[in-house]
Structure formats: structure tokens, C-alpha cells
Design a protein. Structure first.
Length: 138
């Protein structure tokens, strides 16, 4: 049984499909893997998952997307759901946007495109440890 969801957000379908495939190859059915092609769609998915009582553990988001950029999206998510671990996967984010996401969205890590599967998996594993930390207290 899956213990939570990982949401991948990128306006390029090939990227979300690739991330989901790499996650599946490494974690199998431990998680539910969701994807969105823009931030607006991702926000709807987040609401649906939370309404269905499924924990969202990690969001892996692109920065340069039409509409809401990745840093704005992650800041919005963090304000509403500070427990979700946020990761940016991008080839084009400027330093200021990354710093803003670190400051205002508690950005866990930023990976550059093209990414190495090992780096993605290590980030997810470390993110899971980080997610579980507050639960260890009390």
C-alpha cells in the first residue's frame, strides 16, 4: 500500500513521464505518482489528494512554466501545506527565484536539467527523511 503521493509538475509531458518512470523504477508501488502540466492543474490535484486523505510527501516542480512560475507555485503550496517537501527541477531558474523558493517555500533542493537519475532518487530519499522528522517529535 502506498504511503503517500509524489507530485511532478512540468509543462513538458516527456519530463513528468521520465521523472515518474524513474521514481517507479526505484520505489515501485511505495508511493502514488501524480503529475501536472502546469501549476494551476497541480493546485487542483493537491486539493483532490488532500480531500481524499492522501498525504502529499514531495513535489518536484519545474521553474519555467506558462502561467505561474515554479517559485510562485511552491511558495503558494508551502503557505497552505508547509509539511510538503519541495524540490525544483529546472534548466532555467534564475538565482533570485531559487533563493526566493528557499526563503519562502522552504525549498529542499534544486536539481538542474538534465538531471541524473541517481541525484533525483537521492533527493527523494533525503526528502522522505526530512518529511518524517516532525513526526518523530512527540
Amino acid at each position: 500500500m502506498a504511503k503517500g503521493a509524489i507530485l511532478c509538475v512540468d509543462d513538458e509531458k516527456i519530463i513528468v513521464d521520465s521523472v515518474k518512470q524513474q521514481l517507479w523504477n526505484n520505489f515501485g508501488n511505495l508511493f502514488i505518482y501524480e503529475s501536472a502540466l502546469n501549476a494551476e492543474e497541480a493546485l487542483e490535484i493537491i486539493d483532490e489528494l488532500i480531500d481524499s486523505q492522501l498525504k502529499i510527501l514531495i513535489i518536484v516542480s519545474d521553474w519555467l512554466m506558462p502561467g505561474i512560475k515554479g517559485d510562485d507555485f511552491l511558495v503558494r503550496v508551502h503557505k497552505k501545506h508547509p509539511e510538503i517537501i519541495t524540490v525544483m527541477l529546472t534548466g532555467q531558474a534564475d538565482v533570485e527565484s531559487i533563493k526566493r523558493a528557499e526563503r519562502e517555500a522552504n525549498l529542499f533542493r534544486c536539481l538542474s536539467k538534465p538531471w541524473r537519475e541517481e541525484d533525483l532518487i537521492e533527493t527523494i530519499l533525503l526528502g522522505m527523511k526530512e518529511y518524517e522528522k516532525p513526526n518523530d517529535i512527540g
